[in-house]
Each structure stands twice: as C-alpha cells, then as structure tokens.
Design a protein around this ligand. Structure first.
Ligand SMILES: Cc1cc2nc3c(=O)[nH]c(=O)nc-3n(C[C@H](O)[C@H](O)[C@H](O)COP(=O)(O)O)c2cc1C
Length: 190
C-alpha cells in the first residue's frame, strides 16, 4: 500500500546480473535518502525485467511486469538511476528501458546518478553518458553522482569508506530538491 505522505524512491539498476554491484549501490543510495526522509523504496533490476523488455519494440507490446516498472519510474518522487559501465556507457537494456518512459514524465524529477565499472577509469560515464540522458527528460539531475569500481565492494556491499562517504554526501545534497512543488510544463519546450 502506498502512503501519499512518503517519498516514493524508485532505484533502477541497469545490471544484467544478480547479484550485482550496481544494484547494491543504488539500494545503498535509496537507503541513505530514506534515513533522512520517510520514504518507500522500489528497486527495479534490469536483470529481472530485462528479458521481458528486450523483445519489445513498442510500449504496447510490453509485458505487464515491464509496464509496471515503467509506470513506477514515471511516478517516482526521486529516481535513482544506476548502470554498470559497458563499453564506456550505460548498458543497452538500461537505455531501452528509458526509451519507453514518457518523455514528459520526469520533468523536474530529482534524479540521483550512479554507475559502477571494472576500474575507476570510466568514472566520468556519469557526467558524459547518464547526465545528458536525463537532461533530455528535463529531469533535475542532482549535483553529486556516485561511481564505484569492483574493488570498492566486498560480499555484495559497498565497503570502500570514500564511496560510503560519497553516498552520504549524495543523500545530504539531494534533500533540498525533494518534495518540491511541480511547476507547470509548457509543451513548447519539448
Ligand atoms: C560487456 C561488458 C562491458 C564492460 N565495459 C566496461 C567498461 O567500458 N568500463 C569499465 O570500467 N568496466 C566495464 N565492464 C565491467 C563492469 O562495468 C563492472 O564489472 C560492473 O561493476 C558490473 O556491475 P554489476 O555487478 O552491477 O553487473 C564491462 C563489463 C561487461 C560485461
């Protein structure tokens, strides 16, 4: 049951695997925000939704599970969008998922960006790949994104103190953007 007074946090993990360091990272971010603000958390894993999504070329073709995931994204108060870096970008299925999201649904929605990679060399994937995608949606991409490399995880959880600190900083810096009154959207700006 949803509580209208609680923040709806939807965390999307673009990983195709389970267990997943990306899922661990987006879940840790959601929990960090929920420690500061009463919230409901929904975690959407591409590893779960992806196979039913992959064959669909049109939203009307989507199976119920994928359609439910997209509707959750479209009604989020805070979206946490994370993907493993594949070939210097987000995964193809992560993009395929967001290709189905209504182009007006994320206007002014705060979006906390996250990515994981095999090393720290692709940390700017957040700035060069994820941020422009959500700029297209006219979403409010939050100032602090969080990147973690494989070495920053142990036993399926974030272990690196610097990354844990950055998760807390990202949650702190998200607070002023939550619970904003939506502004009217002029169709002409799309
Ligand atoms: C097809 C493929 C491409 C990848 N490309 C990159 C890359 O360009 N840069 C990088 O740092 N890591 C790359 N990786 C490593 C993953 O980003 C890394 O292992 C990630 O943390 C896995 O996340 P997950 O556990 O959530 O699936 C790649 C992995 C795969 C399978």
């Amino acid at each position: 049951m949803t509580h209208p007074d609680r923040l709806r946090i939807v965390a999307v993990s673009g990983s195709l695997h389970r267990p997943s360091s990306t899922t661990a990272l987006v879940a840790a971010l959601a929990e960090a925000v929920a420690r500061r603000e009463a919230a409901e958390i929904a975690v959407i894993e591409l590893a779960e939704v992806g196979p039913s999504l992959a064959g669909a070329l049109d939203r009307a073709e989507l199976p119920e599970r994928a359609e439910r995931a997209i509707r959750a994204i479209e009604s989020a108060d805070l979206l946490i969008a994370g993907s493993p870096v594949y070939r210097a970008s987000f995964t193809g299925l992560f993009k395929h998922l967001f290709d189905f999201v209504d182009q007006r649904a994320l206007t002014d929605v705060p979006v906390l960006l996250a990515a994981t990679g095999g090393s720290h060399r692709h940390a700017l994937t957040i700035e060069h790949q994820l941020r422009p995608l959500f700029a297209f949606f006219q979403a409010l991409t939050l100032p602090v994104g969080v990147y973690a490399a494989s070495e920053d995880f142990a036993h399926g959880r974030v272990r690196c103190p610097a990354v844990l600190d950055r998760i807390e900083a990202a949650a702190d810096r998200a607070l002023p953007y939550l619970g904003r009154v939506p502004a009217p959207v002029r169709p002409a700006v799309f």
